[in-house]
Unconditional design. Sequence first.
Lengths: 94, 167, 297
Amino acid sequence: MLEIAIGIMLCGCALGAGIAMIAGIGPGIGEGNAVAKACEAIGRQPESKSAVTSTLIMGCALAETTGLYALVIALLLILLAPGRFVDVLMNAVG
Amino acid sequence: MQSLDIISINIWQIVVSLLNLVILFFIVKKVLFEPVKKMIAEREAMAQSIITEANETLDQAKEQKTLYDTKIAAAHDEADAIIKKAVARADHRSDVIIENAQEKADGILRQAKIDAELEQKKAEEGIRREIVDLSSVLTKKMLKREINEADHREMIDEFLQDIGEIS
Amino acid sequence: MQYKKAGTEFKLVDAMLVIMMIVPIVLAILMKVLFIPVGEGIEITGAHVYTVLNMPVSDLPISEAQVNSLAVLISILFLCLYMTHGIRAHVYTKRAVLAEWAVEKIEGLVKENMGDYFMGFAPFIGAILLLSAFSSLSSLVGLFAPTSDLNVVAGWAILVFILITYYKLKCGPWYYIKGFMEPIPLMLPMNIIGEIATPVSMTLRHYGNILSGTVISILLASALQAASNLVFGNLPGILGSFPFFRVGIPAVLSIYFDLFSGCLQAFIFSMLTMLYVSTSFPMEEYMRRKSLKEKNN
């Protein structure tokens, strides 16, 4: 019984980590949009390339934050959560 | 040896790293920024002093240039005056020389004329005498028998006097 | 202009500074080599703990991150000393030019993003840039990058948060509290969460970027190890266990994750610091109050 419970728990953690990384779609789309617009801007005004590039990198780094939150959650779920949850389960079982 | 969890929050670690940053702020301020800024200020002061010096020198140079310009203009005038004077003097002298030469030439010409006249007179005299001698010889030969010599001579002299007056 | 050749004493001090610049890093590497056992296989863990100091509230574990960040700090101190050693107005050495360039760049950045009022922030921004970049780059020599430890970056972000709050409080506590009630008092919880989200997001951004690089590097290394074992596993002796694929290939990724990402995150962290601090300061209100106070006096 306990083994099954631990198995479900680990399965949930792994699934949760995988699902959390769906958040990677968001920054992907956002950064893609940003780069596309930046390319357009550079095409319109090639002389402003350096300013656009620095702003783009800045914006991309900001947009990446949500993806990084997801990554941190996924890492927590994979590396930290199973141990904690098993402890909690053991305490509950006694 | 244990290791920390991949995400672990420890208040003292946070405080230590915060203090690290504060310390580094003072380090960067004292060690990097202040000497560099001091150096920049020093260099600016140096550049400023060089610029002011250069400006002063430029002003001096301009002053001197105007001075020299006026001097050169004055020198030009002086040179012109000197040349004019010299030309005038030379003209005068040449005039005098030409005059002298003219006079000398005139004198020579006059002398030559006088000499020529004298010569002519001499020659005339000579010719007359010869003519007299010739004619006297001729007449003597012609009229040897008719008239005495004294009469003839008188006559021929008269004749010759006439010729001389005519000529 | 007279030019004096550097004397022996000067060169000696120079050499001393360079040595002192390298020594902390070497010591950190030595500590890692001596005290940390080689783990079996490849594992994703946090910083190793050398010793634990007993402190009130909670113990302070002296971990790799602490030691390395201290090493980086000392190294930067001697780097700064070396850069400005013998700096004079009429001597143009390469390092003096470099130091001047760095100082002017940082001041230009601060001036551009924060305005003239915050020019005193230039050394702080320089310190963040140097510490963050050098911490991230210390993974190039095999050290545990201090920036991939959450606590280190959290310390910096909390310092930035303190600065933000200090500048917000410049117009008095009442004005500060009123700022949370805008545009309507109902937004109070959202505003408080937004306020707290600033340091959290700054921390997680920096930490997550560096950590994701480390994690991906480790995953790639283990994948390459497995592939290498699969392909060359049948070779006899040490050749069979030698991970051929791990030579060279991770270096390409390291260029992005260690060099580019490290420098970029340092830049972004300092940029965000500048933006947050300068936008948090209600300049017009402060100037208005100041002029009012001067009028009353």
